[in-house]
Write a protein that binds this ligand. Structure first.
Ligand SMILES: *[C@@H]1O[C@H](CO)[C@@H](O)[C@H](O)[C@H]1NC(C)=O
Ligand SMILES: *[C@@H]1O[C@H](CO)[C@@H](O)[C@H](O)[C@H]1NC(C)=O
Length: 384
C-alpha cells in the first residue's frame, strides 16, 4: 500500500525522534571520565568559601573533595552544581566503630547539609595504611561499616558511597603492573575486609597516585616523558604484553592487579588524589612550574579520551586533582606547599584549561546530532 504524504512524514519524524533519544543514550553508555579537585585547607590565607565556589566554577569542575565536613564549606556550596566527597578525619575514626556514634556523626555531618549540598561519598580516613600510626589500622573497617549502616538506616546507602583513601605506598610491588600486590602485613588483615565491603556495596577503591614520587626518587632510570604523558617508546609488561605509555595508567593497573590478587574483580578504582608540585627542594627533581603544567594538561587530555587503561580499556575513571590551592601550612618537603593549581589570592599558578569538561567531544557531537534530528523532525512535520 502506498503511504500518503502525511503518514510517511510522521513515520520519518518518528524515526528522527527515536534517533534523537538513542543518540543520547549512546553517549551515556561510554561515559566520559570525570575530573574533580581536592579542596585542601591546610593554610591560613585561603579565600572565603563563597569565593572558592566561583573559582571552582570558573574552571568547569563540578566535583570536589574535602578532608573533613567543614560546616561553612558545606553550607556555602548549597544549591550549587558542585558535588562533594567529604571525609572522616583520621583522629575521629576510633570513636566511630560504635553504631550510635556513627549514626550521630552522619546526622550532624551529612544530614544537616544533604541534599541541598550534593554529598556523594564519605571517605573514612585518609592514607591510614600508608602511615605508621598502626593503632589506627584496625579502626578503618569498623568505622566504614557503621557509617554505612547509619546511611542504610536513613535510606541513603545508594546515594552516598563509603570508602577510604589509600597511599600508593601500600603496594609492595607495582612494576610491571601485573606484579601489583599489597604489602603483606596489611593485605589479608586490613585490605581484604575493605575489598569485600567495596565489592558488596559497589563503592570504588580510592587510590592516591603520584607518578611524581616515582620520578623524584629515580630521575635517572624513570623517563620524564613517561611520567608526564609525553610521547615515548612505552614500557611493556612482559607477563601479558600490555604496552604502557604513561606511569599513571601503569600505577592504576598495578592497583587492579593487587585487588585481583586478593580475589576481587568487580571493584572500580577512583583516583582520589593526583598532581604535580610546581616547586620543591633541590633534591625534589622535576618539581617545576613547567612540569606541573605539562602533567595537568596531558592528564586532562588523556582523561578526555576515556580510553581507560591497557588492562581495563574503555573503563572511565574519576580523578580528583591535588590540589585547588597552594597550602602554606603543610609540613614536610617544600613541594608539599606547592601542589596547588591556584595561589591563595585566586590567581592561577600556571595556565590551564579544563573548559572542554563542560562540552566534551562526545557531548558536543551528541548535541550537534540532536539538533540536526530536531530540525529534521520539524521540517518533516511541517512538510517542508
Ligand atoms: C561483585 O561480585 C559479587 C560476587 O559475585 C556480588 O555479590 C557483588 O554484588 C558484585 N558487586 C558489584 C559492585 O558488582
Ligand atoms: C573499547 O572500545 C573500542 C571502540 O569503541 C572497541 O573497539 C573495543 O572493542 C572496546 N574494548 C573493550 C575491551 O571493550
Amino acid at each position: 500500500m502506498r503511504m500518503g504524504k502525511t503518514e510517511s512524514s510522521s513515520k520519518i519524524a518518528l524515526v528522527l525522534l527515536l534517533l534523537f533519544f538513542f543518540s543520547g543514550s549512546g553517549y551515556r553508555v561510554r561515559a566520559a571520565s570525570s575530573l574533580g579537585i581536592n579542596y585542601g585547607k591546610v593554610a591560613d590565607n585561603l579565600p572565603a568559601p563563597a569565593e572558592v565556589v566561583r573559582i571552582i566554577q570558573s574552571i568547569s569542575i563540578s566535583k570536589a573533595k574535602l578532608y573533613d565536613t567543614d560546616p561553612l564549606v558545606l553550607k556555602t556550596f548549597r544549591n550549587t552544581d558542585i558535588s562533594f566527597l567529604v571525609a572522616v578525619p583520621n583522629e575521629d575514626l576510633g570513636s566511630l566503630s560504635e553504631q550510635t556514634a556513627a549514626t550521630t556523626w552522619v546526622q550532624q555531618n551529612i544530614l544537616l547539609y544533604y541534599p541541598d549540598t550534593q554529598i556523594i561519598g564519605i571517605v573514612v580516613g585518609n592514607e591510614i595504611f600508608g602511615n605508621d600510626q598502626t593503632a589506627q589500622w584496625p579502626q578503618v573497617f569498623p568505622a566504614m561499616t557503621s557509617i554505612y549502616a547509619a546511611l542504610l538506616s536513613f535510606g541513603l546507602q545508594d546515594k552516598i558511597m563509603v570508602s577510604t583513601t589509600h597511599s600508593f605506598a601500600i603496594l609492595s610491588s607495582s612494576f610491571p603492573p601485573s606484579t601489583g600486590a599489597f604489602t603483606e602485613s596489611i593485605a589479608n588483615t586490613y585490605i581484604k575486609p575493605i575489598l569485600s565491603f567495596l565489592s558488596a556495596t559497589g563503592a570504588p577503591f580510592m587510590i592516591n597516585a603520584y607518578p611524581f614520587f616515582a620520578y623524584k626518587d629515580n630521575p635517572t632510570t624513570v623517563s620524564l616523558g613517561y611520567v608526564l604523558f609525553e610521547p615515548n617508546d612505552g614500557v611493556v609488561d612482559s607477563s601479558n604484553g600490555l604496552l604502557y605509555y604513561n606511569m599513571f595508567d601503569a600505577q592504576i593497573d598495578a592497583v587492579y592487579w593487587a585487588i585481583a590478587r586478593l580475589g576481587y574483580n568487580n571493584i572500580s578504582i577512583l583516583v582520589s588524589e593526583t598532581g604535580w608540585p610546581s616547586a620543591g627542594d633541590k633534591d625534589e627533581v622535576g618539581a617545576t612550574v613547567e612540569n606541573a603544567q605539562i602533567y595537568h594538561t596531558n592528564l586532562f587530555q588523556h582523561l578526555l579520551k576515556s580510553t581507560g587503561t591497557p588492562l581495563k580499556p574503555n573503563i572511565s575513571l574519576d580523578v580528583y586533582l591535588f590540589a585547588l590551592f597552594n597550602e602554606d601550612q603543610k609540613t614536610g618537603p617544600t613541594s608539599e606547599k606547592h601542589y596547588g593549581l591556584f595561589q591563595p589570592d585566586g590567581s592561577k599558578v600556571y595556565s590551564f584549561d579544563f573548559s572542554q569538561l563542560s562540552t566534551g567531544f562526545s557531548h558536543r557531537w551528541h548535541l550537534i546530532f540532536a539538533a540536526t534530528c530536531m530540525i529534521g523532525t520539524w521540517m518533516t512535520l511541517l512538510n517542508l
